[in-house]
Ligand binder design. Structure first.
Ligand SMILES: Nc1ncnc2c1ncn2[C@@H]1O[C@H](COP(=O)(O)OP(=O)(O)OP(=O)(O)O)[C@@H](O)[C@H]1O
Ligand SMILES: [Mg+2]
Length: 429
């Protein structure tokens, strides 16, 4: 069987919206939650995974509007869905076996590392970078590899270089986090211990030099962490990238592969030219392997308006939680309590050798609706190399009273006076 309508037993005894779904072994149901309502799901029999993370049995899980996901089973399962779906399709044509094979070979490498000598280089675990077109399933495969590794007791580091559709926190960020538990299918990746740099734009072309600088900065920070943390070092990295694979986008991929010393480049989808170019570029590098894997036909294609909406939702989730379970606080600050800076010029010349300029931003009404990062920098000239503590959203600027009103995810005092502004705005709904 390939595509079919879901094997759904519309069972009236469960109420009009509860349906029972039976999945055969190695098949999945691909679901899109509608925009207007959430969807609940409960496993009754068997084991199911959402992108590598096993769901608990007999527990209702709530998936927020617009979430797209697949519920997959290796050996067959039955579960219930409560609510309407935008789409749901069952398929047993999935590339899951090839994805699991990659995981198994990464585990072999991780185990080899533990039992090998103590010298630094041979105690490095695999560093996987996933590349491919937009909507090829890169972030999904990254979640699977991370969740399976965490389930097997490893602590891989997830590195997110995709500033357009970020997975760790809001868009416009370059970030990394250690994954110690399978990725929560509703809440996503853990944010509390993440290293987050604020690029401030959702396209790299706005400031290619800054993008490269932040990628290098993050790689340096992770090398420092790996030098003192043998467990993270052995577990390695899974690196997610932008879906921009030609021209400058390709150069940025090469830059990321080299900067993070990737050992395995996974190319998702039918990318003959990209695979050819990468093989050529790393022909003499024995320690870099290029692997082309099939794109799942379940991956949803997201048009530019939908992507924009997802960016907005991602910011909303930062302040209010995935299921509106967090409180955001409206607070005010005096103009003198906030120093706002921009990094570099818009459309910074990528070949310029001058240091990136840090420019103070005048506090005025233009700040309204912008999202600012709170930098840990003590001095403005440390902004570029400093990670950020979090974000605030500016809701009002009162020029007469010289006060700024902002939304914060925390009731605590601001950890710093130094803020970074990019081009990221939020249209709060
Ligand atoms: N097998 C599947 N069934 C249903 N939905 C899926 C499946 N695989 C991926 N998706 C969904 O398809 C969408 C796109 O997938 P994903 O985010 O992994 O692509 P991507 O290559 O990372 O895209 P981008 O280049 O924009 O970052 C996501 O919403 C994801 O949850
Ligand atoms: Mg992605």
């Amino acid at each position: 069987m390939s595509y079919s309508d879901a094997t759904v037993a519309a069972a009236t005894e469960f109420g009009p919206q509860v349906r029972r779904v039976m999945l055969e072994k190695q098949s999945e149901i691909r679901i899109q939650v509608p925009q207007i309502s959430a969807l609940k799901l409960r496993v009754l029999h068997g084991k199911v995974e959402i992108f590598g993370s096993e769901l608990p049995r007999n527990t209702w899980l709530t998936f927020p509007p617009l979430q797209q996901f697949a519920v997959f089973t290796w050996y067959g399962a039955t579960f219930e869905i409560d609510g309407v779906t935008e789409t749901d399709t069952i398929s047993d044509e999935t590339p899951m076996i090839s994805y699991l094979n990659v995981h198994n070979s990464l585990q072999v490498q991780r185990h080899r590392v533990t039992s090998s000598t103590r010298d630094y280089d041979s105690s490095q675990g695999p560093r996987v970078i996933i590349v491919g077109d937009t909507d090829s399933g890169k972030s999904t495969l990254a979640k699977m590899l991370l969740s399976w590794a965490a389930k097997d007791g490893c602590k891989p580091t997830f590195v997110d270089l995709n500033i357009g559709q970020s997975s760790i926190t809001i868009p416009g960020t370059i970030a990394a986090t250690s994954v110690e538990m399978p990725v929560d299918p509703v809440e996503g990746l853990p944010l509390h211990k993440a290293l987050v740099h604020y690029f401030g734009h959702n396209t790299a072309t706005n400031n290619v030099r800054l993008y490269k600088y932040l990628v290098e900065e993050l790689a340096r920070e992770l090398e420092e962490e790996f030098a003192i943390n043998a467990e993270s070092r052995r577990s390695g990295m899974v690196i997610d990238t932008m879906g921009w694979t030609s021209g400058l986008g390709y150069q940025l991929l090469l830059h990321a592969i080299r900067t993070f010393n990737a050992s395995l480049v996974i190319v998702l989808g039918q990318e003959t030219e990209l695979v050819y170019d990468l093989n050529k570029a790393f022909k003499f590098k024995k320690n870099v392997q290029i692997l082309n894997l099939e794109r799942s036909s379940g991956v949803f294609s997201r048009f530019s308006d939908f992507r924009k909406m997802l960016r907005n939702i991602s910011i909303q989730r930062y302040f209010s939680g995935a299921t509106n379970n967090l409180t955001a606080y409206t607070k005010t600050a005096k103009f003198t309590d906030m120093q706002v800076y921009r990094i570099g010029a818009l459309l910074e010349k990528s070949r310029s050798t001058e240091p990136l300029r840090i420019t103070p931003v005048l506090i005025d009404k233009d700040l309204v609706n912008t999202v600012l990062a709170i930098s840990y920098a003590k001095q403005p000239h440390h902004i570029i190399s400093s990670i950020v503590a979090g974000f605030v959203y500016i809701t009002d600027v009162d020029l007469g009273e010289e006060r700024i009103t902002y939304l914060s995810p925390s009731a605590a005092e601001l950890p710093s006076k130094i803020f970074i502004m990019g081009t990221l705005t939020w249209h709060k709904t």
